[in-house]
Design a protein around this ligand. Structure first.
Ligand code: ATP
Length: 368
């Protein structure tokens, strides 16, 4: 069955902290949904309230509209995958995967069929007789996934499932988990602090901070239209230029110490005179040697800031520039597939960017 999961004003207090603080969130049936945020923001606690390992202090968890808050974990039909795999070391793959079915007293024939099917889904059918210590980390994690899937859960819960794997394997497993999600069509809730993992895999993402929900959206929505400086810098990395909003409207005007910035996007309700951040992604900046840009008339120079190249990092498919603007403000720019270097360290450059690439956000204290 596909099941929609709803958090209704859920608060969970652990020790002195509101680990989850008034969380309201609806996850659609069949979604591959991510809870993303820095360490300690309450993602795991939120996931554990769905599994039933924690009971909310306030609010309710609903599956397809049915309150689950007092339903014990084994009656919720969820399957959980942990960061450390949590396989039984003394059981082979077959028995590890079959464990949940034994507990449910499924007949032997049915059990064998379902274990075989679950191992096929994760491409581990040739390994049924191996012991966990004869498997690589990625293979162990796939067995852990098969063990969660074999009980045919309505909701699959994944808690940082890839964080113990090396970088290359992590990227391979992203594709595999997405493919498994497509095949089984079940609701999956996936917890991570790795924004690249969330961006590359999710149908939708909820960003959390200090126990609270900050923003929900598709990867594209969060990346292109963040509603806070926290989300803008947590997802993808950005330049945040400090300034004061001078004019609101369709085209916003911000006065910064490096010059005037015009923006097409911004959070509603900021009034002229308020302190703001202008978020501009590094890949939205175009670099021109100051000499090249000097022929352009001033009216064509919307969003052109002057800077000096401080450092250049060559990374094969891209080059990352660190640039110093007036008032010692630093910005970062990235040039992809550049065949010829645009500038050298110490060069004076003009940084140009479109108003469409700028998002005006309220100033806030950053950090976790
Ligand atoms: P991470 O990415 O590091 O796993 P997280 O976002 O999953 O972090 P949680 O594990 O949900 O965060 O923890 C949320 C908050 O609750 C943290 O401040 C943490 O210190 C606190 N916390 C978690 N478990 C307990 C506990 N058993 N007792 C007291 N406080 C706890």
């Amino acid at each position: 069955m596909t099941v929609g999961v709803k958090f209704e004003s859920v608060t969970k207090i652990l020790g002195q902290s509101r680990a989850v603080d008034d969380l309201t969130l609806a996850i659609g049936a069949g979604e591959l949904f991510f809870l993303l945020g820095p360490s300690g923001c309450g993602k795991t606690t939120a996931l554990r309230t769905v599994a039933g390992f924690y009971t909310p202090d306030e609010g309710r968890i609903l599956f397809n509209g049915q309150d689950q808050s007092r339903v014990p974990p084994h009656k919720r039909n969820t399957g959980m995958v942990f960061q450390n795999y949590a396989l039984w070391p003394h059981m082979d793959v077959q028995n590890n995967v079959a464990y949940g079915l034994k507990m449910r007293r499924v007949s032997r024939a049915e059990k064998d069929k379902r274990v075989r099917h679950a191992l096929e889904i994760v491409h581990m059918h040739g390994y049924a007789e191996r012991m966990p210590n004869q498997l690589s980390g990625g293979q162990q994690q796939r067995v852990a996934l098969a063990r969660a899937l074999v009980i045919e859960p309505d909701v699959v819960l994944l808690d940082e499932p890839l964080s113990n794997l090396d970088a290359k394997l992590r990227i391979e497993m992203r594709t595999q988990i997405k493919e498994i999600h497509r095949k089984i069509g079940r609701t999956m809730i996936y917890v991570t602090h790795d924004q690249a993992e969330a961006l590359s895999m999710a149908d939708r993402i909820a960003v959390m901070r200090r126990g609270r929900l900050v923003q929900v959206g598709t990867p594209q929505e969060l990346y292109t239209l963040p509603e806070s400086a926290f989300v803008a810098q947590f997802i993808g990395g950005t330049n945040l230029l400090c300034g004061t909003l001078e004019e609101a409207g369709d085209l916003l005007t911000v006065k910064t110490s490096a010059g005037i910035v015009r923006a097409k996007n911004g959070v509603r309700g900021i009034a002229p005179g308020e302190p703001v951040f202008c978020s501009v992604r590094p890949e939205s900046l175009r670099l021109k040697l100051a000499a090249e840009s000097s022929g352009v008339s001033p009216s064509d120079r919307t969003n052109e800031l002057h800077a000096e190249v401080q450092s250049i990092m060559y990374l094969g498919d891209n080059e990352q520039y660190s640039l110093r603007l007036a008032d010692n403000v630093t910005m970062h720019a990235v040039e992809y597939n550049s065949t010829t270097r645009k500038a050298q360290v110490g060069d004076q450059v003009a940084l140009q960017f479109d108003a469409q690439a700028v998002v005006v956000l309220p100033q806030e204290e950053l950090g976790d």
